[in-house]
Design a protein around this ligand. Sequence first.
Ligand code: 5RP
Length: 294
Amino acid sequence: MADKDGIKDAKEFGIGIPQVTEGFHVKGCNHYGWGMKSRLSKIFNPKSGKSLMLAFDHGYFLGPTSGLERLDLKIPSLVDYIDCFMGTRGGMTTCIDPAITANKAIALRVSSGSSILDDDLSNEIVSVDIAEAIRMNADLMATQVYIGAPYQTKSIDNLSKVICAGNTYGIPTMGVVAVGKEMERNAKYFRLATRIIAEVGAQVVKSYYCDDFDSVAASCPVPIVIAGGKKIPEKDALEMCYNAILMGAAGVDMGRNIFQSEDPLAMVQAVRAIVHDGIDSKEAFDMFNELKTK
Ligand code: 5RP
């Protein structure tokens, strides 16, 4: 109903309700610009604050790894249940129809330079520049960071260069914790690695689940998404996913435990239900078993 100033019901204008400018739903990113926040909102669902990224960038150093022999056949079938594609420039441009990326975020792998033929994987370069990331409509750039490895400093320099370029254009960066062969995957190491990546200025960190993961998530001032790591039984992978979310992960950037699953379509839906609907791992495993029979 119009009042004396002709303004309709105050409710419709939110008059008296403070505009939300504080407490952006992505941890530690409240002070970034509009564009950065818009891209982060495509990745992290504003309702759940979480993200399900499907990682299929493995070929950049592993080649046609099991389950990814044909990206064009495997990845599109999962699109309805993911929030974000995480792939390489070549993998996406050759195998992913840009039309299916509508309403999905794009996380672009921008580092490379190592292969499984190397003893040490840490000697990487930034192989995709900011101009290409903009051309690819990237919402996030991902680069590997090797804390404690021979080329640690070079990988941190790569990270910093990607962050600087990304900040210039409002594209967030994800630092990917790469666990060197000698590194022990424990909370102490992950607290160190994730915090270094965040302090260099990454807006997102990808790491791994571990015992005491809550201490890792709590001491990292930006969101952590967890990689799934090597394929494990679906029940265990769903339990890991649930525990990680329970202990503060902002989602997953999972690859092998989805695309190497006996039923990737059932698995991605079960993972999604944990990440966004908050079901527990038992419910998720029941869901997986029910879906795979269909
Ligand atoms: C490869 C990566 C992958 O993106 C990351 O490990 C996630 O994939 P997965 O769940 O299969 O571990 O960084 O280097």
